[in-house]
Design a protein. Structure first.
Length: 310
């Protein structure tokens, strides 16, 4: 064999071994503890149900992105125009066999999973968009979408939901979705977002009934209500404050990528909150607010990896 051919052969073998190493690392990561399995959970607001299911291109790109991230459980908000059968069809496109929707009108929330889903409660009365409580993978999931219009209504919703959790007889929960509210943990960073302050102030001035600002400032009471119920903010522990933006994506703006206003307009509205026992099992958290999700929705997705007993 010629020296040149030997080098080519060596290079091919090296590349093959490297690829196998990456594959084995991924498998090893998922099965490093023989009595544990790693479960990925993502929450995503999908902007008017992909335009009432008409935006086929966005649906395809969304499904491709979900398949790449490979979550075991996916919580969704703004399933506008969806029937439960539509949600199941979407779920199957990215490898999930089970799906539940809160309702089939308005702005529903829903959840899909690789494993069976047990419905505990569908709650719409007295809540702006509603709340869905299910069990899958042996855990309690609450998917919600709080009022986008008024801080006092959101606070009332938070109080109702945390009371429900307390009275339901379980202290082990994942609470996720579009909370439309701000965390006190983000306050130092958020208060520097001048474009956002101006935008919300102008919007509030147009309405006599609803206000998003509380006494001309951001309201943190909604998130504080959940935190006071012993829920932990997963992303706070893994994502730096200036990297926590979940809204808006660039689908809502015409500014070029270097434009500072996009950062000054950003806010975190989407969360995954965990009861203390589940927070101890959480090994990572994500806010995917990069180029690959800029044009899938007006919100960026959030996610966690959690180790549970098999």
């Amino acid at each position: 064999m010629k020296i040149k051919d030997t080098k080519k052969c060596f290079l091919l073998v090296s590349l093959l071994l490297y690829a196998l190493q990456l594959f084995s690392q991924e498998r090893f990561e998922r099965t490093i503890y023989k009595d544990k399995e790693k479960v990925r959970i993502i929450s995503y607001n999908i902007l008017d149900g992909f335009d009432y299911l008409k935006d086929k291109d966005r649906i395809t790109r969304f499904a491709d992105w979900i398949k790449e991230k490979d979550p075991e459980v996916l919580a969704l908000q703004e399933l506008v125009g969806f029937k439960e059968a539509d949600l199941l069809d979407l779920a199957r496109s990215y490898g999930h066999s089970y799906a539940v929707i809160l309702k089939e009108n308005g702005y529903p929330v829903g959840i899909t999973s690789k494993r069976p889903i047990q419905v505990i409660k569908k709650w719409t009365d007295g809540l702006w968009h509603g709340m869905l409580h299910v069990k899958t993978y042996g855990m309690n999931f609450i998917v919600l979408h709080l009022s986008p219009a008024d801080w006092s209504y959101r606070l009332m919703e938070a109080q109702k939901i945390t009371t429900y959790m307390k009275e339901n007889g379980s202290d082990s929960y994942l609470v996720m979705g579009d909370f439309n509210s701000h965390s006190p943990f983000d306050a130092d960073e958020l208060e520097t977002h001048s474009e956002l302050i101006r935008k919300v102030t102008v919007s509030d001035a147009k309405s006599d009934k609803y206000k998003n600002m509380r006494d001309n400032g951001f309201d943190y009471a909604t998130q504080a209500t959940f935190l006071a119920a012993s829920l932990e903010d997963a992303c706070r522990l893994f994502v730096k404050a200036d990297k926590r933006t979940t809204f808006p994506t660039r689908i809502l703006t015409h500014w070029y990528k270097g434009e500072y206003r996009h950062e000054r307009l950003g806010e975190r509205l989407d969360y995954i909150l965990l009861s203390p026992d589940l927070q101890k099992k959480c090994v990572d958290a994500y806010i995917w607010n990069g180029d690959d999700t800029d044009y899938l929705s007006d919100h960026y997705p959030v996610g966690i990896d959690i180790l549970i007993t098999k």
